[in-house]
Design a protein. Sequence first.
Length: 284
Amino acid sequence: MRDGKSFQYADFGNLAGLFRFTVCEDHVLELKDDDILKMRVYDYEVRYYFRAEADGLTYLEGLEREEGIWYSLPVLPPADPRAKERTEITEQQAQAIIASYVPLETQPERQQMKRYGEPVKPIPWTDPYAIYIAEALEWLEDAGKLTYTLMDLNGDGIQELIARDVWTIPRGCTEPEYEFSVHTIVDGELELVTDDSMTGVCEGGILMYSEKDGTYYAFYRMKGTELELIEMIYQDRIQKYWVRAVEGENPQSSNCSEETARSYIAQYHPIELNMKPFSEYPFS
């Protein structure tokens, strides 16, 4: 508002994607791609920095990470992505730029998008899972099919978010299904535990990935904030023999019969998860 009238304070029409703000010190706004986008487009990240002035936002700089390489964006990207000006920089340079913008300890209340006349639905900034799920409900057309549960997988007292939200078409199938993504919280921020999707959880907090035809199994243990592969048990697709590959300090691989392979697999006991719709997450 200015002189009792509304005016357009900022125009982000040239910026494609889904973004959210973090308010930093010295009236700086960090505009970054949200966690939903990271789940759907792997190995990509973008951040823009603006200073809030009386008459609008002033662009300061931007960062983009694509296929593991960081780029500096000295000029606000134009509508035509082919005309984007960027310079390759190192990981250390990128992290130094990110660290130079310090988020305020108390962020403004975040709200879900709503239609006119609907009540405001605040989202607590202190709950990264709430923000992740709210953004999915806000932006994804298939959000009504997505479910979640909370479970402490590594015994550190922090419940991991296990979300059935990874869209995939399993090998040999024609209909899409949803597999699990796994998230945790590190220093108050959402952390994706693994880029790989999972299909189940076994007793003892063991994560499992298995293929629909029952010829491939991989079992993982969460160590800290990362997944550690325990072993893989699978059938060679060409020769049809079974293989057990055990990881750890002394990794080893050996062929075995299907009966023996099935006995190894049977040592892991999948548990039934209490999955709830994203819409039932306790935002308040």
